[in-house]
Design a protein around this ligand. Structure first.
Ligand SMILES: C[S@@+](CC[C@H](N)C(=O)[O-])C[C@H]1O[C@@H](n2cnc3c(N)ncnc32)[C@H](O)[C@@H]1O
Length: 205
């Protein structure tokens, strides 16, 4: 239902993201948890897309990759990102068609941003298209957000339901296997920021 994907601030996303925000959105322990998820699930020397990217990708320094591409809204933020090899500016709420060839990436990640997607199933199906067969899609999130830009279904839901919601996006997008998710840092949160991950692999047949 469209109202579930309505937002308090329905103005153009490019207005909101025109101002660079060179800040981190989760604490250091949650950032380390993101890096641990990448290290444990993305094979070394992978071709990776950081979708909804900013000035930090939280890529673990000790984990080699062959390319890290970024797609986000703000040029200054992505130009400052020391991990990105290349980047593209695109509003995927306006145009969810991702500007990459089929079967390009070994891994695609969306970090602490999935709550801003108003067309998540279209975006997730595009992620599936650009992943190589067997490639991994990693969606991580915490309990913080820019509330006026988050979709209502996210704002008025709980952490546990967010895991189910992201899993439902993957199911609906189709052609993903081994959808799984959970709480990655229960030993430090609270009081620290929680970090949840939902992951799946592109089907191989
Ligand atoms: C909370 S920040 C997270 C940035 C980064 N992934 C991180 O881990 O710090 C949200 C990001 O989502 C991106 N974003 C929000 N709406 C978007 C849209 N409509 N299209 C593409 N990217 C979007 C913005 O560029 C912004 O950098």
């Amino acid at each position: 239902m469209p109202e579930y994907f309505g937002r308090e601030d329905e103005s153009d996303d490019s207005d909101f993201y025109i101002q660079p925000r060179l800040v981190v959105h989760i604490d250091d322990v949650a950032i380390a948890a993101v890096g641990n998820v990448f290290r444990s699930l993305i094979p070394p020397d992978s071709v990776v897309l950081d979708l909804m990217s900013s000035w930090r990708s939280h890529w673990p320094a000790d984990h080699p990759r062959s390319r890290l591409a970024g797609l986000g809204m703000n040029d200054v933020e992505m130009a400052e990102n020391p991990d990105l090899d290349d980047y593209i500016i695109q509003d995927i709420n306006k145009n969810p068609v991702l500007p990459y060839e089929d079967n390009t990436f070994d891994a695609v990640v969306i970090t602490v941003s999935v709550q801003y997607l108003i067309r998540p199933i279209e975006v997730f199906s595009e992620v599936n298209r650009i992943l190589k067969p067997g490639g991994i899609f990693i969606v991580t999130f915490s309990n913080r957000m820019f509330p006026t830009k988050a979709v209502r279904i996210w704002r008025y839901s709980t952490d546990r339901r967010h895991i189910d919601l992201v899993a439902a996006y993957l199911e609906e997008a189709g052609d993903f296997d081994e959808i799984r998710g959970g709480f990655t840092n229960p030993e430090t949160s609270p009081p620290g920021d929680p970090l949840f991950a939902v992951v799946a692999n592109k089907a191989t047949d």
